[in-house]
Design a protein around this ligand. Structure first.
Ligand code: ADP
Length: 509
């Protein structure tokens, strides 16, 4: 019985043909194509012309693979086996058309997929390189802007302390406001590029969430009032006072959302709510929600507003760069959260995010905060009349002037200058200084290199001189490397006068 099936299936695709020594067909079963008995196989198809050579060769059996036989309208793709017999040649012709066709399709598909994958890799590499270039460009560019901006802000402050008439005062206020805006913009651009390049690291510490909310309430009630809006803060009582997180970055997220809520509302109310989701072990999940009664956002823009430099209404009278929400988005992603928005055009918007943060147990929290506070303890001002010798190492004349003015304002310093790293060592060996204030980037050498040399000096009075670095480089990794070189503190430009002086006081003995 099986034989019947076998014939039906297997034999259908194999043809047996016998030809004599001269290539004349002796017998053929015509399964695949017709071969007339007595006809010459050499004339049937050019492929078979090679059989003459086989008949003369010593080989007993030869196989041919993937032989294309185009027969009238059909194309047969076959494997052909030629077996030498005493009186001729037995040809076994296997029809493998389907097999070869599907094999070809599979190979083609595989090749296409390999090419596609390679193209995607190339495209990704190109995108990565472009992103890298963009971030490096922004970082260098903003770095270069810091020096002149520091000079502008500081000199404007110095001018502000002098006698000015009404018109001059107004112009100076305008100058200060513009440069403050420029400073904020610079910080925004830097934040974006640091987030994009993965350089922004969270600084997680225990802090008082209540204090942060109070500060926001204080700031935004008055901002709202100025615009004729109401402001409301609501906090669920189950939210603990102390939590562990990056206070500065959370503040940055909330201020961006609140600034927008006020900026894009002409009347009504802006509210900040802190809702409780759940507590588990020492983690709390809560929702921050900023609601406004402003212009609203069309549905098709609800995702694009989070992209950098996207603004909905280019003619908006409200200033802006389209960076705020993209910073919010990036920062929240770093915190393991996600910004969401619901909005109705003409009615208002709700921006919210759920965040899980650790919180210390109630009993421990107060003492933990004390430890954190201790580090920021109020710095003591030197007594009246006490003066310290300070060496200022700075090559930029404008910054030198500003720093000198800041230091002179305190009446606590005698200041010596050098503008070249090479002069520092000879200066500190010949004079005894209480502190060195040093720019990190100097002609000939760098401040961190000089610091290393000072820290390796054999004499204690020189080796231990406190060194405060100033740099236009705002990156944590660079600042860490300056501290590792032995600097006691590093300030990033543009710095505030108060912060600079307080930092110096901190290291005076
Ligand atoms: P910016 O406010 O500097 O333009 P953002 O990234 O903060 O940039 O916001 C992007 C855009 O999203 C804004 O230009 C504004 O059109 C829209 N937008 C943001 N917040 C609100 C809001 N609360 N109400 C209405 N539109 C908003």
């Amino acid at each position: 019985m099986l034989e019947k099936y076998r014939e039906q299936y297997i034999n259908r695709s194999i043809q047996f043909t016998f030809v004599d020594q001269k290539g004349i067909v002796v017998e053929s079963d015509e399964v695949l194509f017709e071969l007339k008995t007595g006809s010459s196989i050499y004339e049937f198809h050019p492929f078979f012309e090679s059989l003459g050579a086989i008949l003369e060769s010593p080989e007993e059996e030869i196989s041919f693979h993937c032989v294309h036989l185009s027969l009238e309208e059909d194309l047969l793709i076959t494997d052909i086996k030629a077996l030498k017999k005493t009186d001729g040649l037995l040809l076994i012709i296997y029809d493998l058309t389907q097999h070869y066709n599907s094999y070809q399709l599979a190979t083609q598909a595989r090749n296409e997929s390999i090419i596609k994958t390679e193209l995607t890799v190339i495209k990704n590499l190109e995108l990565e390189e472009r992103e890298l270039f963009k971030n490096r460009f922004i970082q260098n560019f903003s770095h270069e802007l810091r020096n002149p901006l520091t000079s502008i802000i500081s000199i404007a402050k110095i001018i502000g302390d002098t006698e000015l008439n009404g018109g001059q005062k107004k112009m100076l206020d305008f100058l200060m406001e513009s440069s403050d805006n420029l400073k904020l913009l610079l910080e925004d651009i830097l934040s974006i590029s640091m987030i994009a390049s993965g350089k922004l690291k969270l600084d997680v510490k225990i802090f008082s969430l209540y204090q942060l909310l109070e500060l926001l309430e204080f700031t935004y009630s008055s901002k709202a009032r100025e615009k004729g809006l109401e402001f409301m803060l609501k906090r669920n009582s189950k939210i603990p006072e102390f939590i562990e997180g990056d206070r500065l970055r959370l503040f940055q997220v909330l201020t961006n959302l609140l600034d927008n809520a006020i900026k894009y509302s002409e009347s009504g109310k802006v509210s900040l709510e802190l809702l409780f989701n759940q507590k588990r072990a020492n983690r709390i999940s809560m929702r921050f929600q900023v609601t406004d009664t402003g212009a609203g956002i069309p549905e098709e823009s609800l995702t694009t507003i989070f992209e950098s430099f996207t603004r909905l209404r280019s003619s908006e009278k409200q200033g802006g760069t389209g960076l705020g929400l993209s910073i919010v988005n990036g920062l929240l992603e770093l915190m393991g959260s996600e910004i969401k928005v619901d909005s109705t055009l003409g009615e208002g918007s709700v921006f919210y995010f759920d965040i899980v943060l650790k919180y210390p147990l109630q009993l421990a929290s107060k003492s933990l905060l004390k430890v954190a506070d201790k580090k920021q303890a109020k710095i003591k001002k030197p007594k009246e009349g006490v003066r310290f010798k300070l060496l200022l190492v700075e090559d930029d004349l404008a910054i030198q002037t500003v720093l000198f003015k800041f230091l002179m304002n305190t009446k606590h310093f005698y200041v010596d200058f050098v503008d070249d790293g090479d002069q520092v060592m000879s200066k500190i060996v010949s004079e005894q200084y209480d502190i060195i204030l040093m720019d990190v980037k100097l002609p000939n050498t760098n401040g961190d290199e000089i610091t290393r040399q000072i820290r390796n000096f054999p004499f204690k009075n020189i080796k231990d001189i406190p060194i405060v670095g100033i740099t236009a480089n705002a990156y944590e990794e660079n600042i860490k490397s300056y501290l590792n070189a032995g600097m006691n503190a590093v300030l990033s430009k543009p710095f505030e006068e108060e912060l600079l002086i307080e930092t110096i006081y901190k290291f005076l003995k």
